[in-house]
Write a protein that binds this ligand. Structure first.
Ligand SMILES: Nc1ncnc2c1ncn2[C@@H]1O[C@H](COP(=O)(O)OP(=O)(O)O)[C@@H](O)[C@H]1O
Ligand SMILES: [Mg+2]
Length: 317
């Protein structure tokens, strides 16, 4: 990541009462970068994504776009430049709106200048729906799952954003369609320099498209680095456990995590992963780990990390 980050979080925290959904996150998204945010359900990925696009106000810390902290009194231009892409099965598309209206909606809200029909056609064709006019008057139920997801993406592209934040963009699609949508995200980065944050619980997906991977556990990034490093040489015992159950990537035995499922209303003291950690040490219970920095290197929040982990954990993976 040579250029300054386009989007960054610093010491970000978001609480809902006692639930600390995001609890100290530093994260940078580079210009033209694809960053995957991975972690189990409930670890705070969606809350982090919603906070990054300004839908949630942080309890502490800051979100900055192009180096400037968000101005929550005036997010209109930000809301155009940073687009959230949701899964269609979660209701991203209104079943009574045509494809044309679905894509034109944002253009109208943001009062974009130019010929509306040309903008809609251009967005559809950038999303791979060609010739675009053939899709104008279709309704969501007349399209395949992959086509519907492309319409959702076209709605975001119509606003000519700099950043896409895709929350589980393909988790409901079957494997072949999933590959097509991931290919589309890669092409959008190549052709238009879009920066993409892909939120997913699927490490295989991260492996296929991401430049960097950030692993989240109980509201915090516990490991972050270049995708090839994190996914082939994971340093954090949590990342190692996650990877051990992905057949395409890891050849080691499965590491089954024991202990109670994590609860963001009761975050353990010391290392927050220690109650479930297969290689826990006495000092892990008492030592509070620093929040990871957001830099481009491979960072790990673990007392054993680096060569220490490899020797101490011998035989466990
Ligand atoms: N609006 C909210 N009010 C209360 N709790 C919430 C709210 N949104 C999320 N949470 C809680 O925050 C935690 C993280 O949720 P979420 O960000 O959706 O995780 P993920 O996307 O990784 O599954 C969960 O315990 C969830 O129940
Ligand atoms: Mg989620």
């Amino acid at each position: 990541m040579g250029s300054p980050p386009i989007l960054s979080a610093r010491d970000l925290a978001v609480s809902f009462g006692r639930v600390r959904a995001v609890d100290g996150v530093n994260l940078d998204l580079g210009e033209g970068e694809i960053l995957a945010l991975v972690g189990e359900s409930g670890c705070g990925k969606t809350t982090l994504a919603r906070t990054l696009i300004g839908l949630e106000r942080p309890t502490a810390g800051t979100v900055s776009f192009e180096g400037k902290p968000l101005d929550y009194r005036n997010l209109k231009d930000y809301r155009r430049q940073v687009q959230l892409v949701l899964q269609d099965p979660l209701g991203a598309l209104n079943p009574r709106h045509t494809v044309y209206d679905a894509v034109a909606e944002g253009i109208r809200i943001h009062k974009l200048p130019g010929d509306e029909e040309a903008l809609v056609a251009d967005a559809l064709s950038r999303a791979g729906l060609r010739p675009p006019e053939r899709f104008f008057l279709r309704y969501p139920h007349e399209l395949s799952g992959g086509q519907r997801q492309r319409v959702v993406i076209a709605g975001a592209l119509a606003l000519d954003p700099r950043v896409l934040i895709a929350d589980e963009p393909v988790s409901s699609l079957d494997a072949s369609v999933r590959g097509e949508i991931l290919g589309l995200l890669l092409r959008l980065r190549e052709e238009f320099g879009l920066s993409v944050l892909v939120v997913t619980h699927d490490l295989g997906l991260a492996w296929n498209i991401a430049d960097r991977v950030a692993v989240m556990y109980l509201g915090r990034i516990v490991e972050c680095g270049p995708a090839a490093d994190v996914l082939t040489d994971p340093q954090h015992p949590y990342t190692q456990a996650l990877l051990s159950v992905v057949p395409d990537i890891d050849r080691t035995d499965q590491i089954v995590l024991t202990g109670e499922p994590p609860d963001p209303a009761r975050i353990p003291s010391g290392c927050r992963f220690h109650p479930r950690c297969p290689v826990v040490m006495e000092e892990c219970r008492g030592t509070t780990l620093a929040v990871l920095p957001a830099g481009p290197g491979h960072e790990v929040a673990c007392l054993r990390h680096g060569p220490v982990l490899a020797s101490a954990a011998g035989g466990y993976s």
